[in-house]
Design a protein around this ligand. Structure first.
Ligand SMILES: Cc1ncc(COP(=O)(O)O)c(C=O)c1O
Length: 507
């Protein structure tokens, strides 16, 4: 049995703790040097300082009760209005703040499910139809709220096949969804065409602008050709946009906007029977720190339109260089035609396994997201990356040459996103069950996260070392359970069947 850590009998000196926390960071991804191609949006130390001060000044205030903290309600209203204006909404557009893109998407899906209970009372298992490239937050929402997510196949340019999407709409469809842009290849779906179908079928339509909401408006103003994606498009009924991404706010800030209150009202949760009194909540969280609202408000007001334009201009210049320099490496090619600053590339040389390239780059300290179906490397470009481009491309060119001259190197780690940054492909291929088992391990009483540092010191790679240590348990578990293997194979076969049906565009 593991020994639980106790709260110390006597409190530890604040300075000692602060130093200990700094020391804990030593094995974290090195975003300061620009070696992380996602996860962190850093503008400048001066800007971060403002965010910290704004956050700290509303650190204690609790948005659970906006009557008690009117200041927070006022700031939320102003953030929502500024976002609605940025995304070309009119005076009817309303919305709420949430903790991030996932919550915004989940709230829109929840609102449409609740709405369908009134508008389509015959629907037992509501369905939302959208591209196969939708962020997993949609699938998460579908699982949480008992909705079926019906995925439409993509075209060669990674945008959704609108005709196939239309064919998937049925009696149980309660809403449509698409992205501007989708995360993996950074392309904007044909929002206008989908909106026309939404109007024709009288369906609500959510556009996921979580990552694009604070870039596309400025990129468009800079003269880049961007398909119409926001409230200008008749038929778009809701949009999610994250202030904590290209809005350059502190983490914990996103908005979900609706065309009018007739949609938003279905998002609210009300309980009138509790002993503690009547409970009303606009989104998922109960207690909510005022800090993230204050920092978002300060970020938007401080940067202003001109600040965002300047940031977008620099970011697009760095993106241009990234695309050009990847294009100059004969073994690599850009996937699709990115509309803004999300770029992905893959190998076009059979001797170069792109995941091995990613592994080798990681050994040199570069942190990427990996894509699957097809395999590739994703980079979220920010202006902060300008200073490290030379180093990045000199490493990438060397790594590609090395991988090419070592064709025996195949496999690499699986494409993972989010919590488990990477796992060996063998486990990834085992599908849901394999990955689930790994997460269970990480939260099991036998797992000690404090070991991770020691593991790192011995092997230099915390996640791989983790798998050296725990991965075998998982594989053993799988090998022992023949029945599980059958299940995995069956579910993999079923997935392949569904996918190929989807790709053929049949229902
Ligand atoms: C297109 C898109 N939607 C949704 C999300 C989810 O946002 P979050 O991680 O803030 O929950 C992301 C995150 O990158 C995204 O790129």
């Amino acid at each position: 049995m593991r020994k639980l850590m106790n709260i110390p009998e006597e409190g530890v000196d604040a300075q000692v703790l602060l130093e200990e926390m700094q020391a804990k960071k030593k094995d974290d991804a090195d975003w300061r040097q620009g070696k992380v191609w996602s996860l962190v949006y850093h503008l400048s130390d001066e800007h971060t300082d403002l965010l910290k001060k704004a956050y700290a000044s509303f650190f204690a205030e609790n948005f659970l009760n906006p009557m008690a903290f009117v200041s927070l309600k006022q700031m939320e209203t102003e953030i929502v209005e500024m976002c609605a204006d940025m995304l070309h909404g009119d005076g009817n557009v309303v919305g709420t703040m949430t903790s991030g893109g996932t919550e915004s998407i989940m709230m829109a899906m929840y609102a449409y499910r609740q709405r369908a209970r009134t508008h389509k009372p015959w629907v037992r298992r509501p369905e939302v139809v959208g591209p196969a490239s939708l962020h997993p937050a949609f699938r998460k929402a579908a699982d949480y709220f008992n909705i079926k997510l019906v995925e439409a196949p993509l075209k060669d340019d990674f945008t959704v096949d609108v005709r196939a999407m239309k064919r998937k709409i049925g009696r149980n469809t309660i809403a449509l969804a698409a992205s501007a842009p989708q995360y993996p290849q950074g392309v904007v779906d044909p929002i206008e065409e989908i909106a026309a179908i939404a109007r024709q079928k009288k369906l609500p339509f959510h556009v996921d602008c979580c990552i694009g909401g604070f870039m596309l408006p400025w990129v468009e103003k800079l003269g880049f050709s961007i398909p119409k994606f926001d409230f200008r498009v008749d038929g778009v009924t809701s949009i999610s946009a994250d202030v904590h991404k290209y809005g350059y706010s502190a983490k914990g800030a996103s908005v979900v906007l609706y065309k009018n209150i007739d949609y938003l009202k279905y998002q609210f949760y009300v309980s009138t029977v509790w002993l503690g009194g009547i409970y009303v909540s606009p989104a998922m969280q109960g207690t909510k720190s005022g800090g993230s609202i204050a920092a978002a408000w300060a970020a938007m007001k401080h940067l202003g339109k001109n600040g965002y334009m300047a940031m977008a201009k620099e970011t697009m210049e760095v993106t241009r260089q990234v695309i050009e320099r990847i294009g100059a490496i004969p073994e690599l090619e850009i996937m699709g035609k990115p509309h803004m600053s999300l770029v992905s590339y893959r190998s076009c040389d059979p001797d170069v396994d792109i995941f091995v390239v990613a592994d080798q780059m990681e050994e040199r300290g570069w942190h990427h997201d990996r894509l699957q179906h097809p395999n590739g490397i994703h980079v979220t470009v920010t202006a902060h990356h300008a200073g490290i481009l030379d180093q990045y491309f000199s490493d990438l060119i060397e790594v590609v040459a090395y991988v090419k001259s070592h064709p025996e190197l195949v496999g690499g780690n699986a494409a993972m996103y989010g919590m488990l940054a990477k796992i060996p492909q063998a486990l990834g291929k085992m599908g849901q069950l394999g990955v689930r088992k790994v997460i269970e391990k990480m939260y099991h009483p036998d797992f000690d996260a404090r070991d991770m540092n020691k593991i790192t010191e011995s092997s230099g790679d915390p996640v791989m070392a983790l798998f050296e240590k725990y991965g075998n348990d998982v594989l053993d578990w799988m090998n022992k359970l023949d029945a599980t293997k059958v299940l995995i194979v069956d579910s993999a076969k079923e997935q392949i069947k569904q996918r190929s049906r989807g790709l053929l565009g049949r229902k």
